[in-house]
Design a protein around this ligand. Structure first.
Ligand SMILES: Cc1cc2nc3c(=O)[nH]c(=O)nc-3n(C[C@H](O)[C@H](O)[C@H](O)COP(=O)(O)OP(=O)(O)OC[C@H]3O[C@@H](n4cnc5c(N)ncnc54)[C@H](O)[C@@H]3O)c2cc1C
Length: 450
């Protein structure tokens, strides 16, 4: 990077918040996709004004600026594909306010999701979005990706909790969207446009979040099925019975084996699939729901059902779910991770189709995910160095996306498009859809720097 530019950036963030040695740049060259693109420099702004200052300089010199939270993204959105400045938001990590009267919070983007949840729980409040990465990922990253998690089936995703934003445009201008109120229809809904925009339109510098009361009680259960199709059909039956669990997660046999091998917690490695189900709310109501779900699982063919008796047992069941990502990479070093969604009633169809695709292309495909909202994490476990296998992986991914769209689904439920799914976006939104998105982008980022 030119000295003139480096000096200008250091004048904004301070020497200690600017990195450009090769060793430091390598540390910010990758995310959870494991693809690598080297930035020219890394800056850590400490305020909205500093973000704005960086953007103005970058805009003047036509340099890309890539916002980054914790770098846990699965689609490469934080990667500096064309070089430029990686702007890491983790210094802006204050919970500015928890407003108990209005049930809202105002935060900076670098706050870690799990830390925020614990903090609001102290006031008897609840922020439901729970990506499995919540111990590391930032709220800014969650907003940029519109992240979801197991609780989305009942509580929705990040978008459903964002009331307003402060953001800095690529030109350096600062905008405020939405309001601190539960309702607002003043002007275009820019908040919703920015949520899920993956850092391509603006850098989020402040977030107003809606909170809800913490549920009185939670019950967690595990149902083990000999056949995967039995589990998939039971998911549809539970939803059809008008019970919306707070989570309804599923793991196939390959996932169960990996997790058991990783944790040694006594999971049934011969089982076709298991469902991890949680209900929350008033004690009396959830007890009734637990017995109804128990009945539906047995009817659906479950051969074993475990109901957690206390928080420690609940935590153990969740440990299995949260360990999946780490456990499955033991199968093969490269994980091609898709997060398709189908209408809930189509879960059995997509599971059957995925098995067929794995067989057709002779690939190891591990499936788990948020069955309750039709969001299946399809993980093709492969080795990037095996060229022949990677060609088959590409064909399999195309067939998975085509099948998903034919079933009325979407190619991404929560991980975003980033660089990994960009070639497929037009299959879902069409050429005109892409064109409209480009026009929106141009109004935020006239120099197309991101
Ligand atoms: C083990 C594991 C489990 C995961 N589980 C889930 C899951 O259950 N559900 C889920 O939805 N995702 C999951 N993810 C993906 C990832 O954690 C989420 O996408 C998360 O929201 C990314 O947050 P981050 O802070 O790491 O953002 P980064 O990865 O750093 O960035 C993600 C995107 O957000 C943009 N961005 C970051 N901060 C800002 C900002 N302040 N302003 C504008 N743009 C910004 C970046 O440019 C990039 O495009 C998982 C990832 C891992 C590694």
């Amino acid at each position: 990077m030119e000295k003139r530019l480096k000096d200008a950036l250091i004048a904004i963030v301070g020497k200690e918040n600017f990195l450009d040695s090769i060793e430091d740049r390598i540390c910010y060259s990758y995310d959870a996709t494991n693809q690598k693109y080297l930035p020219d420099a890394v800056a850590f702004p400490g305020s909205t004004q500093e973000v704005s200052g960086i953007m103005k300089i970058a805009s003047r010199d036509k340099i890309p600026v890539i916002p980054r939270g914790a770098g846990t993204g699965f689609t490469g959105g934080s990667l500096p594909v064309q070089g430029g400045i990686v702007m890491v938001m983790t210094r802006m990590n204050r919970i500015i306010e928890i407003d108990n009267d209005n049930l809202i919070a105002v935060v900076e983007p670098g706050v870690i999701t799990g830390k925020f949840q614990k903090e609001v729980a102290r006031s008897g409040l609840f922020y439901p979005p729970d990506p499995a990465s919540l111990e590391y990922s930032t709220l800014g990253g969650n907003v940029a990706e519109c992240s979801g998690g197991p609780r989305a089936v009942k509580y929705g995703v990040t978008r459903d909790y964002v009331l307003g934003l402060e953001a800095v445009l690529p030109t350096g201008e600062i905008i405020h969207t939405g309001a601190r109120t539960m309702k607002s229809v003043a002007g275009y809904e820019l908040t919703r446009l920015l949520v899920g925009s993956e850092g391509t339109l603006a850098v989020i510098t402040k977030i107003i979040l809606r909170l809800i009361p913490l549920p009185e009680a939670v019950r967690t259960m595990l149902a083990i099925f000999p056949e995967i199709t039995q589990a998939a059909k039971t998911v549809s039956e539970v939803i059809r019975s008008r019970i919306i669990p707070s989570t309804l997660e599923f793991m196939d046999n390959a996932t169960i084996r990996c997790v058991e091998d990783y944790l040694h917690m006594g999971l049934p490695v011969e089982a076709g699939a298991l469902l991890l189900i949680e209900v929350d709310g008033e004690k009396e109501i959830i007890e009734k729901q637990v017995s109804k779900i128990d009945e539906l699982c047995r009817k659906g063919g479950a051969e074993r059902i475990e109901i957690a008796r206390d928080e420690a047992e609940q935590e153990m069941l969740w440990k299995a779910r949260r360990s999946i990502s780490a456990a499955i990479v033991k199968l093969n070093p490269t994980k091609v991770n898709e997060d398709i969604v189908v209408p809930r009633s189509k879960v059995p169809d997509i599971i059957n189709a995925l098995h067929g695709i794995a067989e057709k292309y002779q690939l190891v495909i591990v499936n788990f995910g948020h069955a309750g909202d039709g969001n299946i994490h399809v993980n093709i476990m492969t080795n990037r160095k095996n060229k022949d296998e990677m060609e088959r992986v590409e064909k399999a991914v195309e067939e998975i996306f085509r099948t998903t769209l034919n079933l009325g689904g979407t190619i991404s439920g929560e991980h975003g498009i980033g660089i990994t799914k960009a070639p497929y976006l037009k299959w879902e939104v069409g050429d005109t859809g892409i064109e409209v998105m480009k026009r929106i982008k141009a109004s935020f980022d006239p120099n197309n720097l991101r």
